[in-house]
Ligand binder design. Structure first.
Ligand code: NAP
Length: 292
């Protein structure tokens, strides 16, 4: 395997530094994915994982300015806290209530949220769906759901039904969405009343994620051909929910694309160059399959 495939780039005095801030950070696939992207495009940059300990986030953000980093990604548990240390917050991040990407423009730090738009780009490219006017059931109302709901509303989704274990959180998210999109919040028991109306079902909860791979957020007996069933979970790559949906003739979409495209948008905001999406996907897939 050559240096490029391994995501290695030569480092010199011109090399731009990027990275990801989180705690823990060891598990992050972002360094593999973004270093591969820089190598593929010949951009002189490196991407490192920074383990930011509790209480050190403000200093770490000052470090972006101080050391002239090009930008960083932000992951759990800092996506909300980081907002107060930035100079500008983009609409995507304001809506999602969380920042996952910071761009440093000559010392001015702007926070973006690329999770929602990353999800939508992956959904459209991998399924070919036109979201305009579609009726969508979103299961879950957590952090990821907010970003995804924003992305769907921006695409002109018809109605977004939000069903969550904690019904109040679904209603809150629906109220936030209403100025830009038709939305209705409910508890899980509400699904029975709308299930025959929806074109697209998406799981934004962590149900079905490794190690609980036998769990599903809903019973799949009402899935049907013509419906798209999508899962944000990408470990495993095909969840039980998606397997059951496929068996009932529905089109399925897994969570890996969201991860790849949220990184692709960050890359594009930072460099202005088109992201080498297939190489980025390959880097993550190799790692998930234990080849890296
Ligand atoms: P979060 O803010 O903690 O929200 C978790 C959501 O899951 C809530 O709606 C919660 O319901 C629900 N939930 C959790 N356990 C449940 C259970 N046993 N039964 C029913 N509902 C349950 O988490 P998040 O950041 O939104 O992440 C959610 C999932 O999205 C995770 O699996 C994460 O891996 C995935 N994700 C994927 C990507 C990607 O790039 N593909 C990006 C971000 C997140 P309550 O409100 O009732 O607690």
């Amino acid at each position: 395997m050559g240096d490029m495939e391994q995501g290695k780039v030569p480092v010199n005095s011109e090399t731009k530094v990027y990275g990801v801030y989180g705690d823990p950070i060891k598990q992050s696939k972002s360094p593999l994915m973004l270093n591969r992207a820089f190598a593929e495009t010949g951009i002189n940059a490196v991407y490192a994982a920074f383990h930011i300990l509790p209480g050190r986030l403000e200093a770490a953000v000052a470090g972006i300015r101080g050391m002239g980093f090009g930008g960083v990604n932000v992951t759990i548990p800092y996506k909300v806290e980081v907002m107060q240390y930035l100079d500008e917050i983009d609409e995507s991040a304001r809506f999602a209530g969380a920042v996952n990407t910071i761009v440093n423009r000559e010392g001015v730090l702007t926070g973006y949220n690329t999770d929602g738009i990353g999800y939508v780009r992956s959904l459209k490219e991998e399924t070919g769906v036109q979201l305009q006017g579609k009726r969508i059931l979103m299961i879950g109302a957590g952090g990821a759901a907010r970003g995804v709901a924003y992305g769907l509303a921006k695409e002109g989704a018809g109605t977004i039904y939000i069903a969550n274990r904690t019904a109040d959180k679904a209603s809150e998210l629906a109220a936030i969405l209403k100025p830009i999109c038709e939305a209705q919040g409910m508890g899980m028991e509400g699904i029975v009343h709308i299930k025959d109306k929806v074109d697209l079902v998406m799981n934004t909860t962590s149900v079905g994620m490794h190690p609980n791979v036998d769990q599903m957020p809903v019973e799949p007996d009402w899935f049907r051909p013509g419906m798209i069933v999508s899962d944000l979970v990408y470990n495993p790559l095909e969840t039980k929910l998606l397997r059951e949906a496929k068996q009932r003739g529905a089109q399925t979409h897994g969570g890996l694309g969201m991860f790849v495209y949220q990184g692709a948008y960050a890359f594009e905001y930072w460099t202005g160059a088109a992201a080498p999406v297939e190489a980025m996907r390959d880097a993550v897939l190799r790692s998930l399959r234990g080849n890296n």
